[in-house]
Ligand binder design. Structure first.
Ligand code: PLP
Length: 438
């Protein structure tokens, strides 16, 4: 087997146990639709849409063709002071499906860059309005906002933070909403916990609301364990932000583009942020891309001064790269023409039913779901956190299904093109794997 593999040593792999991987490599050489083909020719059913991103499945022919065509037409267009057609087309298409208040799109190359861009927009917006005293940012425990210094500062997962010094100053965190005592085995949104949003008023009282620029959170905390917001929680955060002139940033890097059964999680939860971060499903994982959507008033606040002056000193060489923009336009067309967001809302109850069949299995202490996101939390092995979920992952993989683990939670996120049978196979394989472990 190893004869067919490339030399593995030089590549320092991201978020990976490099030494373990290089002794037990899992390499994918091809993908199509719901399946990967591994280097040793196993067909692996993808239960996590790549890394929560391939919402239209792998190698969708329409998106492939659009990228190929773009590559031979225009490889790169200077991103500052110039444009190209696809990037404008993509911005128009995205604001068309976003909450109507979000009227402008800024493009980045990843979710992490989207988050750092959103935080910078929030700070610069307040300063432009003569409120430069609003410098504090509030995130949430168990939140994941990528790996830039801004993102890890407002993020709330300790291994992502502890090695990297003091990060951004002036950041505080809300408590997370995960509570097994009250909410274990809630189906959909937990009924208990909306009141936890009121902690924001306490944090504001401590710092004084006039010092706070923005609150950032994921509608559903993905990497923190697929934590579904309790009923009323996000709406209450919105109200408190409104009362105090604080911007609400929703990080929809995972929850965007049909994952919750609507275009964005904010629509599913009926809350409109001032700023939204997006990535992943934006191009169905075909080409890296992220973005930030803002309200008209935020955009207008920047559009002052001499017209030839740069209004926002921020951007990336590859902001709105032609290949990414072409992939984005084709992806949105696929979502629309194949009705994939509606499909997600049709598949969601089936996914939910399947997940419920796991209840009562050994070690299972919680099952969570919303739209096409699901999670099974396991009792950790004493003294060995994460190992039980990893054992389930390994069992699933040996049975030909790819799942993802975060802590002792098995996370599922099937593509929106999945058939009912494939959704069932993913979930039932997790069930069998839980039964098979010690
Ligand atoms: C909510 C959220 N924000 C930001 C990011 C970072 O995105 P990227 O890995 O593209 O930088 C992620 C990635 O999983 C995410 O889930």
């Amino acid at each position: 087997m190893s004869d067919q593999l490339p030399k593995l040593d030089a590549f320092w792999m991201p978020y990976t146990g490099n030494r373990f991987f290089k002794k037990n490599p899992k390499i994918f050489k091809k993908a199509r639709g719901m399946f990967y083909t591994s280097h040793d020719d196993q067909e692996i059913l993808d239960g996590v849409s790549g890394l929560w991103c391939c919402n239209a499945g792998h190698c969708h022919p329409r998106i492939v063709e659009a990228v190929q065509k773009q590559a031979e037409t225009l490889d790169y267009a200077i991103a500052f002071q110039h444009g190209h057609p696809k990037v404008f087309e993509l911005a128009n298409k995205i604001v068309n499906i976003a909450p109507k208040e979000l009227t402008h799109a800024f493009f980045t190359n990843s979710g992490s860059e989207a988050v750092d861009t959103a935080l910078k927009i929030a700070l610069a917006y307040h300063r432009s309005k003569g409120e430069g005293h609003r410098t504090r940012l509030i995130g949430r425990e168990k939140g994941y906002h990528g790996v830039g210094f801004g993102g890890i500062s407002v993020g709330g997962i300790s291994p992502n933070r502890k090695m990297f010094g003091s990060m951004l100053p002036g950041v505080d965190h809300l408590k997370h909403t995960h509570n097994l005592e009250h909410n274990a085995f809630s189906v959909g949104q937990p009924q208990w916990g909306g009141h936890l949003a009121d902690e924001l008023t306490e944090i504001l009282a401590l710092h004084d609301p006039s010092t706070v620029a923005a609150v950032i959170m994921e509608p559903i905390a993905g990497s923190g364990g697929v934590l579904i917001p309790p009923v009323g929680y996000l709406n209450r955060i919105r109200e408190i932000c409104n009362e105090h002139g604080i911007l609400m940033i929703l990080d929809e890097v995972i929850t965007g583009f049909g994952r919750t059964g609507k275009s964005f999680g904010s629509e599913s939860f009926n809350v409109t942020p001032d700023i939204m971060t997006i990535a992943k499903g934006m191009t169905s994982g075909m080409v890296p891309m992220g973005g930030v959507l803002v309200k008209q008033e935020i955009y207008d606040t920047f559009m002052t001064g001499p017209e030839e002056n740069i209004e926002f000193f921020h951007g990336y060489t590859y902001s709105g790269h032609p290949l990414a923009a072409a992939a984005g336009v084709a992806t949105l067309e696929v979502y629309e023409e194949e009705g994939l967001f509606e499909r997600a809302s049709e598949l969601a109850p089936i996914f939910e039913q399947e997940l419920q069949t796991i209840k009562g299995s050994q070690y299972v202490i919680d099952i969570r779901n919303f739209g096409m996101l699901g999670a099974i939390e396991l009792q950790p092995i004493e003294g060995k956190p994460t190992v039980r979920a990893l054992n389930v992952y390994k069992e699933c993989y040996s049975r030909g299904v790819l799942v993802r683990t975060t802590g002792d939670t098995v996370a599922l996120c099937p593509s929106l093109i999945a058939s009912k049978d494939q959704v069932s196979t993913v979930v039932q394989t997790v069930k069998e794997s839980i039964a098979a472990i010690d």
